[in-house]
Design a binder for this molecule. Structure first.
Ligand code: BTN
Length: 232
């Protein structure tokens, strides 16, 4: 059964955070593929403890993922699925932002839900009015430029792409991401954890296990397992 197919899709008008609600559903035993979509979030969660502003014209949904695909490559699988939904120009900025023309059109937040399950949250700007956003958000944000009437169609495309990305083997995911890697060959800066030293180098693609390869100015190759990476 596909992600969010049939009874697995729950659409609600308003919730604090679809990730929070999906984690609750996962704890109650909700099956793989259970999807919660909210038309409005009042306290959306972002990465690194940040909040996520949900606007009209955005798709905000969370999926309960169970089994081996709930593991380390899940953010990249999701990034690939979102990028394919967003179109040929969309790129994945490791580990899990999706950019179009250098602007962030989607954010992805994976939260563990026990030992063999995770909740995958996606916020995708489909028909967002960027001028209505606060300056600090609109400076980097993008939107697909679709019409609000297309939200359900884009949701369905995304669910199909997610179903596909969760069924592919790891080498295929990494290979497909290679063609959509926003960082490959670019000068980047990164911190591996909060408070860690900022480093600079060049991104050299994604390793088979999902880690980002970065080359330091002295030639040393590092493999990043997580953290924040910025294009320079
Ligand atoms: C990021 O910081 O880039 C990740 C943002 C993830 C936002 C989505 S919106 C749907 C889901 N529910 C949440 O509370 N957050 C995620």
């Amino acid at each position: 059964m596909g992600i969010g197919a049939g009874d697995l899709l729950e659409v609600i008008d308003e919730v604090d955070s679809t990730n929070r609600l999906a984690l609750e559903r996962a704890a109650e035993g909700a099956p793989h593929g259970t999807t919660i979509l909210a038309r409005r979030q009042t306290a959306g969660r972002g990465r690194q403890g940040r909040s996520w502003l949900s606007d009209d014209g955005a798709l905000t949904l969370s999926v309960v993922v169970r089994g081996p695909v709930a593991g380390g490559l899940l953010p990249l699988r999701a990034g690939l699925a979102v990028a394919r939904t967003a179109g040929a120009a969309a790129r994945v900025k490791w580990p899990n932002d999706v950019l179009v023309d250098g602007r962030k059109v989607a954010g992805i937040l994976v939260e563990q839900a026990g030992s063999d399950a995770a909740v995958l949250g996606i916020g995708l700007n489909v028909a967002v009015d960027l001028e209505a956003l606060p300056d600090h958000v609109s400076a980097r944000a993008g939107s697909l430029g679709r019409d609000a009437s297309e939200l359900d169609a884009v949701r369905d495309e995304l669910l199909v792409e997610l179903t596909d990305a969760l069924s592919l083997d790891a080498p295929t995911i990494v290979q497909l991401l290679g063609a959509r890697d926003a960082l490959a060959g670019r000068a980047v800066a990164w911190t591996t954890s909060e408070g860690a030293e900022r480093q600079e180098g060049h991104a050299e693609g994604i390793e088979a296990d999902g880690r980002l390869k970065v080359r330091l100015p002295d030639g040393e190759l590092l493999h990043l397992a997580g953290g924040e990476v910025h294009l320079l």
